[in-house]
Design a protein around this ligand. Structure first.
Ligand SMILES: N[C@@H](CCC(=O)N[C@@H](CS)C(=O)NCC(=O)O)C(=O)O
Length: 293
């Protein structure tokens, strides 16, 4: 199994370095760095601590073991989050291994993304949203997943709505073009006539617009992100999901294009790197389709 060790934790981690010695790195990375600088500047000179001779060691970033598939937006979600939140993530490419006896023994659902963590009752956790919720809870990452019950409920609602309503349409509409197997029970999974499969795919594509608009009009409600001024875990989940629509040339509304660009701008490399894997795969399948046309 190929193993990729992620190097950078992104911009915010670097900015928070000074404060990181006293705090867990992930928390420090998630905090707004300008505040730290402002506080230091406001201190009168007399109160400033004497310069230390020994350099404070930056806190170790919490380790994260992640099994993933690069072309997948479910996986992209957790990969973006891990980078943006400042984890030291060791990524294992599970391509071709999800149904091996070893993988199935740990994860009978044979799904990625999957994290391994000794604190978990069964040692592993799958489902992208559950993984982000768990890691945010464990490391106090309120910037991505607010603690206040009402605010948190909106993030949860947006994620459940995505997984339960929007994603099945996106999968049905894009998986045939991506060359991914359909989820069991779908028309695309059955031995139905190709015309029926194509009908189901087109119907799913047409059905995307309504739930997509709900994220804009209801969940964002005039704010830059579902999370407010900063992208939350629900925003990461939504933006990653929309990446797949490029494979069918889905005409994203202007707000969605701007929203995705805004997330990428805010999260920088943390977003761009995993998105690059998904985009690269889409470019590859499109070039294959062109060649065989
Ligand atoms: N709802 C899940 C979906 C996970 C999922 O469908 N993972 C696929 C990749 S996109 C997978 O690992 N498939 C491998 C397999 O079924 O063997 C999530 O958000 O994590």
């Amino acid at each position: 199994m190929a193993k990729t060790v992620t190097k950078s934790a992104g911009k915010s981690a670097a900015k928070a370095k000074a404060k990181a010695a006293a705090k867990p790195a992930v928390k420090a990375a998630a905090k707004a760095a300008p505040k730290v600088a402002a506080k230091a500047a406001a201190k009168p000179a007399a109160q400033k601590p004497a310069p230390k001779t020994a350099k404070a060691k930056p806190a170790k970033k919490p380790a994260l073991k992640l099994s993933m598939l690069k072309p997948s937006v479910n996986n992209m979600t957790v990969r973006v989050f891990a980078r943006a939140a400042g984890f030291d993530a060791a990524e294992t490419d599970a391509w071709g291994h999800t149904r091996s006896p070893e993988y199935l023994a740990r994860n009978p659902a044979h799904l990625t993304p999957m994290i391994e963590d000794k604190g978990l009752p069964r040692g592993v956790l799958w489902e992208s949203c559950a993984i982000m919720q768990y890691l945010a809870n464990k490391h106090g990452l309120e910037k991505f997943y607010p603690k206040a019950p009402a605010k948190r409920a909106m993030i949860d609602s947006a994620m459940f709505y995505l997984i339960g309503t929007l994603y099945p349409y996106v999968a049905r509409a894009t998986y045939p073009a991506l060359g991914f197997p359909q989820y069991a029970g779908e028309v695309g999974h059955s031995d139905a006539h190709p015309d029926k499969k194509s009908e189901a795919q087109k119907a799913a594509m047409a059905a995307i617009a309504e739930p997509l608009e709900v994220f804009h009009s209801f969940f964002r409600d005039g704010k830059p992100f579902i999370g407010g001024a900063n992208p939350s875990i629900a925003d990461i989940r939504l933006a990653a999901t929309l990446e797949f629509l490029a494979v069918i040339d889905y005409p994203l509304p202007k707000w969605a294009q701007e929203y995705m660009a805004a997330i990428e701008k805010k999260l920088g490399k943390a977003y761009a790197e995993p998105a690059g894997d998904v985009r690269g795969y889409i470019a590859y399948v499109r070039s294959q389709a062109k060649a065989s046309a």
